[in-house]
Each structure stands twice: as structure tokens, then as C-alpha cells.
Design a binder for this molecule. Sequence first.
Ligand code: PA5
Length: 421
Amino acid sequence: MSSLEIEALSIDLSMVEGMGHIKKHEKKLIKSWAKLKSGAEAFTDWVDLPLHYDKEEIRKIKQTAQHIHKQCNAFVVIGIGGSYLGARAAIEMLHSESESKNVPKVYFAGNNLSGTYHCELLEALEDKEVCICVISKSGTTTETSVAFALLKEFLIKKYGKKGCRERIYAVTDQKRGILRCEVEEEGYQSFAVPQDIGGRYSVLSAVGLLPIAVAGIDIREMLDGAADMATVLAKSETAGEAGKLAAARNELYQNGKVIEIFECYEPKLYFFTEWLKQLFGESEGKEGKGIFPSALQFSTELHSMGQFLQQGNQIFFETILSLQNPKKDLKVPKSAGEFLAGRSINEINNAAMAGVIKAHQKEGISMIKVDIPFLNAYHFGQMVYFFETTCALSGYLLGINPFDQPGVDSYKLEMRKALTK
Ligand code: PA5
């Protein structure tokens, strides 16, 4: 993004096969971007959200977070899928930014149905001051309902009914659903899931922002990053780098590359790649179409999956999330031997990436590189908006609706039926 005035993430498509052909997607891209920005399509309120967010709601979220800081030292976020992954991605990436502040440790529940996980969580909470935040648009998701009931019972035992009520926070539909009814009956403090934003596009609403603020991360910076990215992309009739990336992905798909592997060399990005998997998987996987999103952590998984990438069935392309300025570093001691002694660990990590890229280029593997300047709240906001836009445009280029999830709805229904038998 050389023409940008902001320090933005940028993409490098020079290692992608057939990029000479992406121009052919231009007309469709222009139409798709106009459609996305028109405000006329269902579930596209996220497009304008960072530019026109409700300042009063953000003030209220920050105030609530400060109150929670005083109430507890353990904060449990209960939710799954779009009501979980965005907040977790931000918190796992950025929680060290808040190390010096007096914030509670954030725990997660309701993102699996493991009895062991939830038993151990309750044990870990036993001697802590606890608040919980239940997040569910529908209010009926099984995993969330199970964990909410468990944690509520735990709070009642610990603090009594009144104390429990004061320690429950909810983010759910503004009007509908059993969780909203309970919020009204019990008087829990609550926020609304925006009507016209789907779960996987909701991290910059109260769904993500409340837990992120409780973790001590600057949510205004985050929204600023997203707003800057929105402004930059809006200036281009083809959505700038997001449009280019969408076109490149589509071209690769047409050339038989049906798997995208998100790769990172920084463990703090792990949950961001989990969020990307949901974003792209749930948006594109429809009508027998779509690129299957997967993720690998390097250098860890070079020692398990590296062989397949190098010489296996080449039905994939790679999207490398490359961090330009890691926050911390260490020098390797002399005892590590000739090649390593005195080098910094980040330098060795960069050499690993350069080596992998070279080796994969030799095999003709297509690689997209996304350069991320820093891991901070501002750039998290940029990354979220950039990939949401790329994903929505990719969906339009593919000819599917990137904002529904009939498959998820269908298994949820079958699971409920199985439980009522
Ligand atoms: O993106 C989606 O729609 C899903 O991943 C949902 O967010 C997830 O199933 C949780 O649903 P709910 O927020 O209704 O509990």
C-alpha cells in the first residue's frame, strides 16, 4: 500500500502464479465493492461501523470495563464461533499490552462441550473474584447455554442471587431471544449485538469490544485502525489491496487451488488465524464452492507439516502473515553453537521464513505475503477490517452470499433434535 499515508498492513502478490490475469476480475470487483458499500445488502452494517460507531456505546463499554476491573480478578467470557473468536484473537494477541494495568485474567467458556474443561475451569475459579460475560446473538446456542448455566450456579453459590446478578454481563440481541428475556427479568447489565452484522463480522461491536476492553486493550485505538483502513479502501473503486487479494484468491481457486493455508511465525497470531478460518470458511463454503481455510504455526509445524507442503498434493496456496516489528527479542547465548550464537531469536525466525519461502518457490507453490507492521490495537483494527472486506469481496466474486450460514444453522437444529429424543 505504498500510496497510503497511514502505516498500513500491505500485501505482496509477487509470489503468486498467474497474477497477470487478475485484471480480468476488475469489472466484477468494482461492482462487488459498490454493492458492499451501498448499505442496501443485508448484514453489511460492519462496512461503515468503524467510521460511524456509536460514541456513547463505546463510552459505556469502557465505563463497564472499569467497573468490572474493580469487581473481579477473573473474567469468564462465554460464547462460541462469532461470539467468541474475535475477542479471543485480540486478547491472545494483545494482552501483554495491558500487563501493567490492574485487569482481571480473562478465561473462556462455552466454546466446547468438554466436561473436563469446564470442571477444571470451575476449580481454577474457586479462590478468585469472578464476573462472567455471556455472549450469544440467538441466546439458544447449546455450548453457550451449558456453560452459562454452570457459571451462573457457581456464582449463586459464591455470592448469592443478588451478588450473582451484579456479576453477570450479557451481549445479545436487542429485543429477541431467551437470553434477552432473562436480561430483562434479572436486570443484568447488557449490550446489544447489532441487528445487521453477522457473528463473524461482529468483533468491532460490543460482542468483541466488551471483553477486549476488560482485558485492558485500547478499543478506541482498535476502532481508529479499522476506520483508517476503511477510509483507505473506500478511496479505491476496486477496494485497493483488499480487492487485489480477493481477485488473487479467486484466480488461484479457478486454477485448482482449493485450500488456503494461513501461516504465521508468531504464536500470538494463532487465534487470529482461528478467527480467519471462521471468517472465510463460514462466508465462502456454500453451494459446493469455496476455498477451504486452514492454518499452520511456524516454525513449529514445519516439523510436522513441512514435508506435505514441500512435496505433497499441491491443491493449496499459502497466505503468510509476516510481522515486521516484533515487540521483544533475545540474543542466543554462545553455547548454542557457531551458526546461532550471538544472533537474535527474531533474526533466526526471519531466516526460517526466508528459507521456507525459497524452498517453496522452487516447487512453484503460490504464496501471498501479508506484512503486518506491529501487533497492537490499532493494527488489529486494520487487520480485522482488511480481511472482512477481502472475505466479503471474495464471496461476491465466487457468486455466493458471504453473510449467511445455513450450514451452521442446520447442524444446530439437528443437535437440538438429537437432545430432545
Ligand atoms: O458466525 C456465526 O453466525 C456463528 O459462528 C455464531 O456466531 C455462533 O454459532 C454463535 O451463535 P450465537 O451468537 O447465536 O450464540
